[in-house]
Write a protein that binds this ligand. Structure first.
Ligand SMILES: *Cc1c(COP(=O)(O)O)cnc(C)c1O
Length: 408
């Protein structure tokens, strides 16, 4: 039948044959997914990953990525969300009800804390904070539902006592959710991390970081090994309309083959910086799990990451004589390190924080002073060291002028 031109515009003459094989899987973009017939329509089941029914529930492109992430992390089921934070909120929304208690480490990713504060105010959730280096500070009660873990924690990068914390949670029948963005499934196995085959219940991963690696795409994942937990997450995922774009999923899928190489390169550069930063007189403390100065964190890291893996993040605390003006000058003087949030992209990033403004708990092992976090990119580490050296040098020449740093 010859079609009128408007119709011909809509119905493409060629479909890809089934047998064609390419390095990257084909990209599906879909809101509508066309059913073969009414049988397929009436027999579909929303929770079956192979029963494609509508774009929000997924396409082969999004399921390919979800399966890849599950495999990297050692889990069995994975759901994708439009950002790491939205993956975190999916966990909170799925398991926390009015009156439930949730425990978070004091070095937790701070937007997670902000989300929990919102739930506290509006949904009657009780939020308790523990010290990740002291499992005894986590005291579950009958109302405790969820324990959030992060290894290493955000900004100050302490590695927690993962084993004891998870053991305690299991004894108290408390769900464990790990923000696994730092380990990325590469530094340790969240679903089998000790000699005793301990496992977290849920792993959340900001795919925005290592899996993407481009500094240009936002996505998050929630992985489990437990079908019941997965179904709970899946139903909340469905009713909230959480979905991601096929294009974004395909971009991340394309970055996965180089993920481990990027991870290891950035980790190695961070370790080089660690040795150099420790020798600089401007810093009161250099924060990295491989730094033995923080004895407890270092031990827990060695215990859980025996192959010595770590991500490309490193923080410093400036000595107190360096006030906000000085630390801002330092950050502005950097040239290879760009000022911006996030990490694990190709370009090195720097960000400054006043811990007093992002933390409620005080930590005895942390020095007072402003914190600067370096996120190591793919540049040559020697150039990065030179960049920091020249910025510190500028700081020194400024601090000779008493008008700049008033309280010296
Ligand atoms: C970046 C980050 C997230 C959130 O990821 P987004 O995609 O930026 O929302 C969550 N947890 C940690 C530890 C992160 O570093």
């Amino acid at each position: 039948m010859k079609k009128k031109s408007q119709t011909a515009l809509l119905h493409a003459p060629r479909n890809a044959p089934q047998y064609i094989s390419t390095i990257q899987p084909p990209l599906y973009r879909a809101s509508t997914i066309i059913f073969k017939n009414t049988d397929a329509l009436f027999n579909r089941h929303w929770s079956d990953a192979y029963d494609y029914s509508y774009g929000t529930h997924g396409t082969p492109t999004t399921y390919t990525l979800a399966d890849s992430i599950a495999r990297i992390e050692g889990g069995d089921f994975c759901l994708l969300a439009p950002s790491g934070l939205s993956a975190i909120q999916l966990v909170n929304a799925s398991f926390l009800n009015h009156g439930d208690e949730v425990w978070v480490a004091d070095n937790i990713y701070s937007p997670n804390m902000e989300h929990l504060r919102y739930l506290k105010t509006h949904c009657g959730i009780v939020v308790r904070v523990y010290n990740p280096l002291d499992a005894n500070s986590f005291i579950p009660s009958d109302r405790t539902r969820l324990l959030w873990l992060e290894a290493a924690g955000s900004l100050t990068l302490e590695f927690p006592d993962l084993k004891k914390l998870v053991q305690k949670a299991q004894q108290a029948q408390v769900l464990t959710a790990l923000d696994n963005t730092w380990g990325a499934g590469l530094a340790f196995h969240a679903f089998d991390f000790s000699d005793e085959h301990l496992s977290v219940d849920i792993s959340v991963h900001a795919l925005t970081k290592y899996p993407s690696g481009g500094g240009d795409i936002l996505m998050g994942a929630v992985t489990t090994k437990n079908k019941t937990l997965h179904h709970r997450l899946l139903s909340v995922h469905a009713i909230q309309g959480i979905s991601i774009s096929g294009d974004d999923a395909a971009q991340i899928q394309r970055s996965l083959p180089s993920m481990q190489i990027r991870y290891e390169h950035q980790a190695q550069s961070a370790r080089m910086l660690l040795e150099w930063l420790k020798q600089q007189s401007e810093f009161a403390q250099v924060l990295h799990p491989a730094n033995p100065d923080n004895v407890a964190s270092h031990q827990f890291w060695l215990e859980n990451c025996p192959t010595g893996k770590s991500a490309g993040l490193i923080s410093v605390i400036f000595k107190q004589q360096y006030d906000l003006i000085a630390v801002r000058q330092f950050c502005d003087a950097l040239s290879l390190f760009k000022l911006g949030f996030s990490w694990a992209g190709p370009i090195s990033l720097v960000m400054l924080y006043d811990l007093k403004q992002v933390r409620t708990a005080t930590s005895a092992h942390l020095q007072q002073g402003l914190l600067v976090r370096f996120c190591i990119g793919l540049e040559d580490p020697e150039d990065l060291i030179q960049d920091i050296a020249q910025a510190l040098h500028q700081l020194k020449s400024h601090s000779d002028q008493p008008s700049v740093i008033s309280d010296l």
